[in-house]
Design a protein around this ligand. Structure first.
Ligand code: RB5
Length: 151
């Protein structure tokens, strides 16, 4: 699988670890940075990965910051990007099966490297269930802010 990866200063060490794991597992990894502890802004890195996913240069994206929260918020601003921030395996699996999540955001200050590895493995291995979930996922990009909610 082709995977675009990026992190901010809080996540770059875990990102480096996960990049090595992904490469060892046979994935094609596009490491977009950062690679230093110098303070940097997570939306800039989320933009790189979400653009790669949206444009089809990567099948999945992986983002790492302190909590995963800011990365997911930023990535989800892009149409077609469905990012999930999680620190548990159940959410990682359901985000794939039900939501067809295409970007995983992890928090280096929350998950230990071993658990992060497992979350990434589940996220990459779990297929989208389709069916009724396809209709719902389709509505994520159908609606705009100007549309009213159904009664
Ligand atoms: C950086 O200190 C931190 O705010 C960032 O890595 C991330 O956790 C934001 O969501």
């Amino acid at each position: 699988m082709r995977i675009a990866v990026a992190a901010d200063h809080a996540g770059f060490e875990l990102k480096r670890h996960l990049v090595a794991c992904l490469a060892a597992a046979g994935h094609t990894v596009d490491d977009l940075g950062t690679d230093t502890p110098a303070s940097t802004d997570y939306p800039d890195w989320a933009a790189r990965v979400s653009e790669a996913v949206r444009e089809g240069r990567a099948e999945r994206g992986l983002l790492v910051c302190g909590t995963g929260v800011g990365m997911a918020m930023a990535a989800n601003r892009r149409r077609g990007v469905r990012a999930v921030a999680t620190s548990d395996l159940f959410t990682a699996r359901l985000a794939r099966e039900h939501n067809d999540a295409n970007v995983l955001a992890l928090g280096a200050r929350i998950v230990a490297p071993a658990l992060a590895e497992e979350i990434v493995t589940v996220f990459l291995a779990t297929p989208f269930a389709g069916g009724r979930h396809q209709r719902r996922v389709g509505k994520l990009d159908d609606r705009t802010d100007s549309e009213e909610s159904p009664a």
